[in-house]
Design a protein around this ligand. Structure first.
Ligand SMILES: [Cu+2]
Length: 231
């Protein structure tokens, strides 16, 4: 029990600095974390794949039948050897799985920990378009954000279930009626990307995409001033 609580304390201390994404001033970009994890997964499965392929080819050649009447004579393992052959490889693979899972949990913490200075925008999903409401009351049908500041989207659906997918920012989240969900992303450079609905939501689901523009903050202020003046 004591050991258990120290394990829990250990995990908590690992998680704590990440959960503080919002306060410590350094913003950890979820998109970067996602890319790193994806790269590690690819390296991981490639290494495992190559090792198993070499082992399989070796055994295919080494233990091939040379005579159609041949009878196999496998060495008989002792109980200890049999257990070791199960436990040691299983432990190695489990250690690797836990390592990647732990990295996934860390990334999840970053994805869910919204930085304090995030720009908040309300999103509503309709069949079949998105609507973006800014803090100053401006409503747009495209997502326009200034660069250099994290953006948090508070999202809900008006009709059916949708999903707000930002492939370039490596993030998505379900959007549904009767509930507010959120995601945040960090636009660091000026670029035009896209948001697509990633949950089938009716006949025009595939048309439910729109522009996401990350622009210079000065340009953003000018656009907002213009929009407010036209309200
Ligand atoms: Cu949709």
């Amino acid at each position: 029990m004591k050991r258990m609580s120290s394990v829990v304390a250990g995990i908590t201390s690992l998680v704590a600095p990440l959960a503080a994404n919002a306060q410590d001033g350094v913003i950890q970009d979820p998109a970067e974390g996602w890319d790193n994890l994806w790269y590690e997964m690819l390296v991981d499965i490639t290494v495992i794949g190559v090792v198993f392929m070499i082992a399989a080819i070796y055994m295919l050649i080494r233990y091939r039948t040379k005579d159609p009447d041949a009878v196999g004579r496998g060495p008989k393992l002792t109980k200890a050897q049999a257990i070791a052959w199960v436990l040691i490889p299983a432990s190695i693979f489990m250690a690797d799985d836990f390592f990647l899972s732990a990295k996934g949990w860390s990334l999840w913490n970053i994805q869910r920990g919204v930085p304090d200075n995030a720009l908040e925008i309300k999103v509503t999903g309709y069949q079949w378009y998105w609507e973006f409401e800014y803090e100053n009351g401006v409503i747009l049908e495209e997502l326009i954000v200034p660069i250099g500041q994290p953006v948090v989207l508070r999202m809900t659906g008006e009709d059916v279930i949708h999903s707000f997918g930002l492939p370039e920012y490596r993030i998505k989240e379900d959007v549904m009626p009767g509930r507010v969900t959120y995601l945040w992303f960090y636009p660091k450079e000026a670029k035009e990307t896209v948001v697509t609905c990633t949950e089938f939501c009716g006949v025009a689901h595939s048309e439910m995409y729109t522009r996401v523009a990350a622009i210079d903050p000065m340009e953003y202020e000018a656009l907002m001033a213009k929009e407010v003046a036209e309200m």
